[in-house]
Structures are given as C-alpha cells and as structure tokens.
Design a protein around this ligand. Structure first.
Ligand code: MSK
Length: 628
C-alpha cells in the first residue's frame, strides 16, 4: 500500500493516515487499492456513452464517429444514451431513499395497528402537528389511531394513483406553478421511479430533454416525498433532534469496552442496538467478559441518526468504514443498508470483528445475517449485542490501535431546534440575511469519493464560506469532516466572518450546523420553503445554495437534482457520467436555470467552488435589493 507521502495525499486526518498505514502492514486491501486497480476507467462509461439496457448491444456510442459509431444498434445517439443512463441513475437514488422511508412508514403503521411493542411514538406533539398539517382530523383520535391515519396517508404517496405527494404542499406557490408548467409535479413516489424505468426502456421516451425533466420529477418525489417522509416519521417514532453534545473520529472507540459500530441509514435497527446495549443484564454480561462497558458508535448515516437524537459518537464517514475495523478494536459492525461496501466483510475477516446484516433486502455473503422486523427487533438486538460481547473475549490486544483523541461536536439541529433558537419564527434569520450579517445559507452534504482527497473539499469549502458570512448546514458524511475540523462547536464562530460570528455568538450556535443524515436533506428543503413562504418569495429567490463536494452515490445525484428542481443552485465536486452529451451537460450547467431558476456547477477546487457559490449568493442578494 501507499508510502507515507502518498498516505498524506489520501486523507488529511491522523486517524485515517495511521489506519491506512496499519492496513498496509497487515495486508488489508482498502478502497484506494481497488481504485488504483480500476484506473484508468473506461472512457465511454465515464462519459455516460455505454448502453447495456438491451441484448441487441451492449453499445458504446462515439458522438464524433470512429471505430465505435455515432448510434447504438437501436439508433440511440449520444444525447439519448446519456439521458437514459442519467435518468436511471437518479431513479435508483430516489428509490433507495424512498424505500428507506417506506420502512419507517411500515413501522409507523405497525405501531398504529398495535402489531409492535418494540417501537412506539416518542414525539406525540409532532405526530399531531403533521397530521393537522396534512388535513387529518385528530380530535378524538388516540395516538395509535393518529399514527395509523398518517401512515395510510403516506402509503398513498407511494402509490400509483394520480395524486401529488402530500409534503409537496409545503413548497411555495411559485415553485408549485413551475413544477406544473414543466410537468414535474411529483405524484406517487414509486410511480415516478417506475415510470423512469419505463421511459428509458428501448423504444419509449426518445427525447433526452423529456427524460431529464422526468428525472427531475423523480428526484422531487424523493426530496418532497420519500426522504421527507423518512425524516418526519423518524422524528415521530424516535424523537425530534435537539442540540446535543458528542464526539467524532476513531478516537471514540474504547480500548476497554465492547465496541459496536452501527452502519447504514435507517434508525430502525440502530436505535434497538443502542437500547439493548444499555440494558443492565447485558452490561453485566459485558463486565463478566472483562469489558468495562458497551460502546456504540456510528458510521455514515445511521450514525448521523443516532448522533442527532441520542448523542451517540461518530466513528467516521464513508472512507473511514474500512479503517474503523482496521483499529482491531471493533467487535461488531452491524448494518442495515446503503453505502456499506461489500469489502467490509473481508476486512472484518482479517480481525475478530463480526459483520452482521439485518435487512432482508441487504445480504452480504460471508457475513452473519440476523433479520430484524418490527416484531422481533428488541430480541434480535439483544442477541446481536451478546454476540459482540462474546467477540470481545477473542480480541487480539496486539492488533489494537486506536489512533487519535476524539473531537467534541454539537449536533441535533432539526428545523424545530433551529426555529426554536430563533424564538419560534424565521423572522430573525430573514432579518440577519437582509442585513447581510448572514449573507447566505449553504447546505454541504453527501459522501466521500476516493477520487478526491478525503474530506479536503468539504472542510476547505466550509471554511471559506464561513469566512464570507455564509452559514453552513451539513448532513451525511460531510458532517464527520466538519466535526473533525472543529466546525461543529460554537467556538468555531471565531473562524467565521464578523457578521456570522456575531449571530452565532448571540444564539450560542456553531457556524456549521449538523442537520442530519442524507434523507435529512429534506430538512433543508423544508427550511428553504419556510423561509421563502415567510418572506413571500420562491426558493430560487433566496441567497441559498447546496454543495455535494465529494459525492459518489446515486442517492446524491437524486438529492442534487431535487435541490436544483426546487430552485437551489447546486455545486458538485465531480461531474456525473453525462459529459458525453454536450446537450445534457449544458442543460445541467445552464439550461435548468431557465426552467427551475437554478442549475448545477461542477468544480473540484474548494476555493474556486466557494467563489462560484458566493457569486450566486451575491446575485440573489442584489436581486432582492439587499447589499451584496
Ligand atoms: S452515507 S450516501 S456516503 S452521505 Fe448517507 Fe455518506 Fe453519501 Fe452514503
């Protein structure tokens, strides 16, 4: 594996660098090794110009001619091929978020039907509020009946009848009018995903622009549908986050405790693991095994879910998942779904670590499968934690290295918490924006990608935006980067511009707010809608932007597109596989502005990206008659 100099080029963090070196000494194959093996990538695939959607192919399209011709066997050109591939890419991302939302919904329905005692309603006030918002008459209904009524309403959102997703009603009227004009109003969540698969079947929609507009509709069904349902129902079942202190990096692992890492996205399993690990009888078993306790820590977005609500520490983000196991101090990685590299089974096999999968839709050959359902979750969680306790007795102390001291962070900034800090109304934030103390708000979201130096763009972009009095909202794997850089503590206000620092100090908040997991980007959408509605504007009028600096996943593409289709200018650190079509590329970078009042920008340099975002924020501010 990499030499010292190269390791420093892969990640800026001490914990990552030490574990990459350790993996090299111990012969553990990592994501960077595999990227090297796969480089150079196929240039047709990189540009979105391959098609394997039928058996007349596969085809590789060369828009400029040459040994591979301009048209596939069916006659599709480069523009159509790129559009079809991108449409399916977005649909897969929207499906992933939304199917996660469906699991929460099935749990809510089970609570309503009295089919589970393992789960309940922790935020009854939010249940009532959302029921009322969506027109459910709550008077006279018990908590369970309300849960059932809300679940039934949301199941309709997933369906195929002509029916607009309920939370779409939160968008400003001007935005809804735009969606209507361009045929992008999100209807059933499943319907849009299925329709995208249909449209991109050979011989259906042959207009690249039409496919792209449907991709926007599919993404909107995710943002205002599946993801928003996932967020709101998670809050209802597990509690709405409020500011909470915690810690981040591999230093959160404890040498004298049973370490269990929860990984994936849904809180359904991880909340139960946490509850089991706190049971006195199970703690007693851990003590019998020689441990001083049981330490639950998070990876990726299920970690964000537990961090936001329970203050559970975060061990790392996407590129840290293999490295966490390399510490030799992890008894178990227990996963649900999404962003779980299949390689983790092999890495776990190099140590005493148990790798446990829990979802019937995410199985990992070589791992242990323990299927969790709403009616067995508590019992399965106890079983899993006891298995981790047993693994602790087989830990090899010679292989243990916990590489750093943890950083402290503050998390838990749900919209309820943000509006609460503002006195229950968006007015102070609007005033701060108008006065230019806070010049804009930017969501920095998403993943890591081994093609870019780990967390480098996240951290340097956020640092630069803060300096320019731009408040940052972080979700997903970006959160860990922000935490490690020290940006998630109120003291980081000292690194912000004078206006933002003043506002942060007055409210006692950091200049970068952790607002959740990747489905929780819906919180940012909702906050934009609250601000726009309050100010009588459209979202595209606001000095706001989004950035996914190190994204890799289909879900991130769906998030980016629903942000743009909602009127939010969106920066990407890497382009999607669309560069083979100049038509689709120029639609993404420019043409969408004429449709949605927002478009994409692609830039891998953090300072250059900050400049682009700042220019956009300036333009929006000036258009509102505010100082630049
Ligand atoms: S986990 S989608 S790597 S944010 Fe949500 Fe992180 Fe991106 Fe997965």
């Amino acid at each position: 594996m990499a030499k010292e100099r190269e390791i420093q080029d892969l990640s800026p963090w001490e914990d990552a660098q030490k574990m990459i070196a350790k993996a090299g000494r111990e012969g553990v194959n990592l994501i960077w090794d595999r990227l090297k093996d796969q480089t150079p990538h196929c240039t047709f695939c990189e540009q979105g110009l391959t098609c394997s959607k039928c058996v007349m192919g596969p085809c590789r399209i060369n828009p400029n001619g040459g040994p591979k011709k301009k048209y596939g066997v069916c006659g599709a050109d480069g523009d159509l091929t790129v559009a079809r591939n991108f449409g399916r890419f977005v649909a897969a991302g929207a499906a992933a978020h939304s199917d996660h939302g469906r699991d929460l919904l099935e749990t809510l329905a089970a609570i309503g039907d009295g089919k589970t005692t393992d789960y309940g309603i922790r935020d009854e006030a939010k249940l009532e509020r959302i029921c009322t918002e969506l027109g459910i008459e709550v008077e006279g209904l018990s908590v369970r009946e309300r849960a059932k009524a809300l679940a039934d309403l949301f199941f309709e959102d997933y369906g195929c009848r002509s029916h607009n997703v309920a939370f779409g009603g939160r968008a400003p009227q001007k935005r809804k009018d735009i969606w209507k004009r361009f045929g992008c109003t999100p209807r059933g969540i499943d319907r849009e995903c299925v329709e995208m698969l249909h449209r991109t079947h050979m011989g259906v929609d042959c207009d690249p622009v039409s496919i792209c507009l449907h991709a926007s509709r599919t993404a909107l069904a995710d943002g205002w549908g599946g993801s928003m349902i996932a967020t709101e129902v998670s809050d209802i079942i597990f509690g709405t986050p409020k500011p909470v202190k915690s810690m981040v990096n591999l230093g959160v692992l404890k040498e004298d405790q049973v370490n269990i890492l929860v990984h994936g996205h849904s809180p359904i399993v991880s909340e139960m693991i946490l509850a089991a690990a706190r049971e006195p009888e199970i703690l007693a078993k851990a003590k019998e095994a020689g441990a001083t306790g049981i330490n639950i820590a998070g990876l990726c977005c299920t970690g964000n879910e537990l961090l936001m609500r329970q203050g559970v520490p975060m061990a790392g983000n996407h590129l840290m998942t293999e490295l966490a196991i390399v510490t030799g101090a992890v008894e178990m990685v227990i996963v649900d779904y999404q962003c779980i590299m299949p390689s983790l089974v092999n890495v776990a096999g190099c140590y005493h670590t148990k790798f446990v999968s829990t979802s019937d839709k995410a199985k990992f050959p070589g791992g242990i499968h323990m299927e969790f359902h709403y009616n067995n979750a508590r019992e399965k969680a106890r079983e899993a934690v006891l298995m981790a306790v047993e693994a602790f007795t087989r830990r090899d102390p010679a292989k243990v290295e916990i590489p750093s001291k943890p950083m402290s962070i503050t998390s838990g900034f749900s919209n309820e918490a943000i509006l609460g800090a503002l006195g229950g109304t968006p007015e102070p934030l609007i005033q701060a924006l108008q006065a230019g103390k806070v010049r804009g708000v930017v969501g920095i979201v998403g993943c890591n990608n081994p093609k870019l130096k780990h967390d480098h763009v996240h951290v340097n972009l956020a640092r630069e935006l803060m300096k320019r009095d731009i408040l940052v909202l972080a979700t997903g794997c970006a959160t860990v980067a922000m935490g490690k850089a020290g940006f998630l503590e109120p003291e980081a206000a000292s690194q912000a511009g004078a206006g933002l620092a003043e506002v942060c100090r007055a409210l006692g908040i950091p200049p970068v707010l952790h607002v959740g997991s990747c489905v929780d980007n819906s919180r940012i959408l909702h906050l934009c809608a609250v601000l726009a509605n309050y100010a009588g504007l459209d979202i595209s009028d606001l000095p706001v932007a989004a950035s996914a600096p190190e994204w890799y996943s289909e879900k991130a593409a769906a998030i980016g597109l629903y942000a743009v289709a909602s009127g939010v200018y969106t920066h990407l650190g890497l382009p999607p596989h669309i560069l083979g079509s100049s038509m689709i590329t120029s639609l993404a970078l420019k043409g969408l502005d004429d449709v949605f009042g927002a478009c994409f920008a692609v830039e891998s340099g953090p300072l250059q990206a900050a400049e682009l975002i700042d220019e956009r924020i300036k333009a929006k501010r000036l258009a509102l008659g505010w100082s630049a």
